[in-house]
Design a protein around this ligand. Structure first.
Ligand code: TYD
Length: 225
């Protein structure tokens, strides 16, 4: 396992502002000589991107949602994530299983025990870690008050099936993220996403510097943050 790469995931409710920071972090890591795979869930492979389209647009019940997103995840792990980690790359993934616990578990009220069973089935038995459950090395959780996130989304593009949910739904999603973070304090780093872009960037890079994964505090490439 010594040569295994790094698996970093980014989580938070819609509108918390993950995407541009993931791009900037990818650039910073590349500038320090790392090979970076920037990917997302649901998605990241042709099959999983097809499932994503259905997931975001078609009405379905919570079990179907969970099965679709885990099917997409199984393909993504096998085709992209595990091979990249075996090569020693850094994988930056916009959402992963914590989102399923937050949205399908917290948001939709789907049974956490069932999600845990699916998590174990889907994330065990990979070529990389045949006997272990694959999990992120670090999860950067963009925590933002649901009302603030909703205000940020208003000016964005047309909402998908999840973005169109009400404030109560996002309150439950946010609470479920907080519970996942409490249960895995070594893996989770809470990012205060209410801060300025610069403040958020500082928090993100500090988390990587502390672990020795970024050599120094780098300025955001292009001064974007
Ligand atoms: P998102 O990363 O927000 O994509 P975009 O920035 O293009 O809107 O993810 C799409 C949506 O999918 C988001 O609302 C959260 C939802 N989702 C789940 O409900 N469960 C999951 O397991 C994942 C990964 C995402």
């Amino acid at each position: 396992m010594a040569s295994r790469g790094l698996f970093i995931t980014f989580e938070g409710i819609d509108g918390a502002g993950k995407s541009s920071h993931i791009d900037a972090l990818a650039d910073a890591l590349r500038a320090q000589g790392r090979t970076v795979v920037r990917t997302r869930e649901p998605g990241g492979t042709p099959l999983a991107e097809t499932l994503r389209e259905l997931f975001l647009t078609q009405p379905m019940d919570a079990l179907t949602e969970a099965l679709l997103v885990f099917a997409a995840r199984r393909d993504h792990i096998g085709q992209v994530i595990a091979p990249a980690l075996a090569r020693g790359d850094v994988v930056l993934c916009d959402r992963f299983t914590d989102a399923t616990f937050a949205y399908q578990g917290g948001g939709r009220g789907f049974a956490i025990e069932t999600l845990s069973i699916l998590e174990r089935m889907v994330q065990t038995g990979t070529a990389l870690e045949p006997d272990l459950m694959l999990e992120p090395d670090l999860t950067l959780w963009f925590d933002l008050e649901p009302g603030v996130a909703a205000a940020r989304l208003v000016s964005a593009r047309a909402p998908d099936r999840f973005e169109a949910q009400d404030a109560e739904f996002f309150g439950r999603v946010a609470q479920a993220y907080a519970e996942r973070a409490r249960a895995a304090p070594q893996r989770f780093v809470r990012i205060d996403a209410a801060q300025s872009r610069h403040g958020v960037w500082q928090q993100l890079t500090s988390a990587l510097v502390r672990r020795g994964w970024l050599a120094i505090m780098v300025a955001p490439p292009g001064g974007a943050a």
